[in-house]
Design a protein around this ligand. Sequence first.
Ligand code: UT7
Length: 326
Amino acid sequence: MTMRALIAGCGGYLPERAVSNEELAREHGLDTTDAWIVERTGIRRRHIAAPGETASSMAAAAARRALERARLPAEAVDCVIVATATPDSAFPATAVRVQQHLGITRGFGFDVSAACTGFVYALGVADSLIRTGAARCALVIGAEVFSRIMDWTDRGTCVLFGDGAGAVVLVAGEGKGDASDRGILSTHLHSDGRHGDILYVDGGAGSNGACGKLRMAGKEVFRHAVSKLAAVVDEALAANGLGHEDVRWLVPHQANLRIIEAMGKKLRLPPERVVVTVDRHANTSAASIPLALAEADASGRLERGDLIVMEAIGGGLTWGAALARY
Ligand code: UT7
């Protein structure tokens, strides 16, 4: 018998305010058009956090919904991991603030920093903790307020991102130890600091004491995305003795519809098996995969036993994939 981390419930939270491309351009005086943004990215709108909203408040809202779906009380949770690049503060960790929001006083919580790949990393850490018995019920959350690290004069980046949070409840369960098991089958994590300067935040508490703004060489990141995501998905399938034909769902990081469609084609999946939210959420960084998962779950599309591929790439560069059977 092998210990597995089973997906017990998913939940998402988006700030109330949805902003269309045209509204965004008008509000910030950007030299852009809805047509350009839709054609190059697939993005039509994004949600922007209200002044009082933070990564921890949104994470807690998503977590409450995930726990409801899992039919578990907050007291059942013994581990909270939040993937975020926009924490409320350097410390306490956003995850510990989430514990406080939810009234959890036992177990432990910490944050993971891997930019847009953060949720895949957090899933990998939670899976390891559950497999080794260090945790039995983990809340794995991606939560971001990228609107606060945008340079609103840079049309090349500020139209691409949005705010939100997504959460998944993982619970320990027994499996046979092969690819027919339910739960997280494996995670595959990579990083390469040589490409750190193509996507980064130009400041921080430990360097210049500033929050910093996001900087990206979009074309460069795009080029890495297409090759690295394809390779890491193949790596994940091969590690489990699975092929493209076994994949039921692609739940990708939502950065650009063109990248998502290229990955769907690579896996030979029909469009209806690729979960897309980038049109309505834009790129919510570490929150994008759990938000997409929550949307697919809430719509009743995911069936028990379905094989799900999750993949992401982001600042670092970091990239990775996770395979899970629902
Ligand atoms: O989540 C982390 C991972 N991130 C990603 O995966 C993002 C990957 N990159 C991308 O999605 C794309 O590269 C972008 C959407 C960021 C950009 O699309 P692109 O097709 O690579 O455009 P580009 O950066 O090469 O820019 C083409 C032109 C430029 O003008 P010139 O130099 O050709 O005259 C830009 O100045 O488009 C211009 N441009 C814009 N025009 C109107 C850039 N941003 C805008 C804009 N509106 N918002």
